[in-house]
Structure formats: C-alpha cells, structure tokens
Design a protein around this ligand. Structure first.
Ligand code: SF4
Length: 252
C-alpha cells in the first residue's frame, strides 16, 4: 500500500466512524481567525471563554478589537492564557487586517495562496499551523493543517520516517490528495477526534478505528496483515463497495 492509498484508507476509516465533524467552531470567519490565534497552547474551552467575553463587550469586529487598549484586550482574553503575548499577536494580526485590508478578512486571505500564507507568517507569533488554520477554516483555502495529533498518528503508523518538518508532513497530504478545502477540513478534524479519543500519549489501540491499519502494532492490536495476510483496505478495489476513490475522499 503506497502513501496515497494509506492516506485514503485512513480517511475512509475515520470518516465512516465519526461522520462529518463540521469544523471549525465560530459564527464568522473573523471569529475563526481570532480563535486560531487564541488557541495556541491552550484548550478550546478556554478560547470559548475569551471569545464570549469579547462578544459580550461587543468587540468581535476587526476595528473595535484593534482600537482596544492593550490592557483591555489582555483582560478580555485572559482565560486563554499567555494573554499578554496573545494580545500582542492579535494586535499584530489586526494591524495587517485593518490597515492593509480595511478590515476585509476575505480580501486578506484571497489571491495567490503562497502569498496569503506568507503574509500571515510574516506576522509576529503566527506560525505555520496557525496560518494554515486561518487560511483553511476562515478563508476556505485548500491548505492542509498539520498538528500534533496528525504527527503522532502518522508516526505511530510508520508513515513519517524522515519527514519531520511541518512542510514535509504537509506535503505528504497535499502532494497526493486533491486540493479540496472541504476534504482537508474534515481530514484534520478526524485526526483531532482520533487523537483526543484514542491516540493519546498512552494509545488506546484496542478501541481505535485505525487499529487494523498497517503499522499500528501496539499491544493487543496486531495489524490485519498479521491476522489475515492482507491489507485492511486499498484505494479502490478492496476497501469499499461504496464507489470510487474520488467519491470516498469527498464524502464529508
Ligand atoms: S491504532 Fe493506536 S497508534 Fe493507531 S491511531 Fe489508533 S490509538 Fe493511535
């Protein structure tokens, strides 16, 4: 099974298990972008508290948020942790958005994808995962988000090998899957769901939907190859009777 088949097989298996996950939470693209910055190094529940405080203040608007003084902004986002650092990052992002694009986030995230990405990466404190989350979830741009869960799952199934950088892992997906924002959105959400429920620091392979994937050889979970001598699924002929590979990978 080559990399493409493995990635398709993982997607099909997880998608069958979890169904459409409708990521990312947020009423507007701007809320999604703010959430992507606030979620660095904290859990989502804390981000929700901060966003609720911003909304209660009537400040979930690029210009209003940008106009807040630093102490005010820090206080609003305090539940997200690292609030001084995150306030600086948010202000830097808002500076580009308000002064460079008149508060028009769609314009900021549109145009050439590499240029849009570079624009975000040039903002202090915005790294690749945050930039790609904003592009994908707020901008609907087809860019794959790589997070710690993605790395852990692929690594445990022997798929990372020498691929260690963010870009290496991202290319693994973007080189073989269609450039489809809906597919990338759902695939990332499926990894997060699997990571939170099963692929924790101590893996729960026995209950995990990927337990029969090659490489998932943890105690009590022989890969299906060891049991039956065949692959758990392939990209077209054996995995599913439900249709073509193209249909399967776009079924979210
Ligand atoms: S089978 Fe085990 S190693 Fe593989 S994703 Fe599930 S929990 Fe992680």
């Amino acid at each position: 099974m080559d990399t493409k088949d493995q990635l398709i097989c993982i997607y099909r298996t997880l998608n069958r298990t979890f169904g459409p996950l409708h990521w990312w939470p947020g009423d507007t693209p701007f809320e999604v972008a703010v959430g992507a910055i606030l979620t660095q190094n904290t859990n989502w529940a804390n981000v929700e508290k901060s966003i609720a405080r911003i909304k209660a203040r009537g400040a979930l608007d690029p210009f209003i948020l940008f106009a807040l003084d630093d102490a005010d902004l820090q206080e609003l986002i305090r539940p997200s942790g690292y609030y001084r650092v995150k306030a600086r990052r948010l202000k830097a992002f808002l500076s580009v958005l308000c002064e460079g694009f008149r508060g028009d986030l769609a314009a900021m995230l549109s145009g050439d994808l590499l240029e849009s990405r570079r624009r975000l990466l040039d903002i202090p404190g915005i790294g690749e995962e945050t930039a790609d989350s904003i592009l994908l979830y707020a901008g609907g741009r087809p860019v794959f988000v790589v997070d710690a869960y993605t790395r852990r799952i692929l690594d445990r199934h022997g798929m990372l090998r020498e691929r260690r950088s963010y870009g290496d892992v991202q290319r693994l997906f973007m080189d073989v899957l269609p450039a489809d924002a809906d597919l990338y959105n759902q695939y990332h959400a499926l990894f997060v769901e699997t990571g939170k429920k099963f692929c924790r620091k101590k893996p729960q392979c026995g209950r995990c939907p990927l337990r029969e994937m090659p490489g998932g050889i943890f105690p009590g979970t022989p890969g299906i190859r060891e049991v039956t001598g065949r692959q758990p699924c392939s990209s077209g002929k054996k995995c599913s009777k439900r249709g073509s590979r193209k249909n399967a990978t776009r079924s979210s």
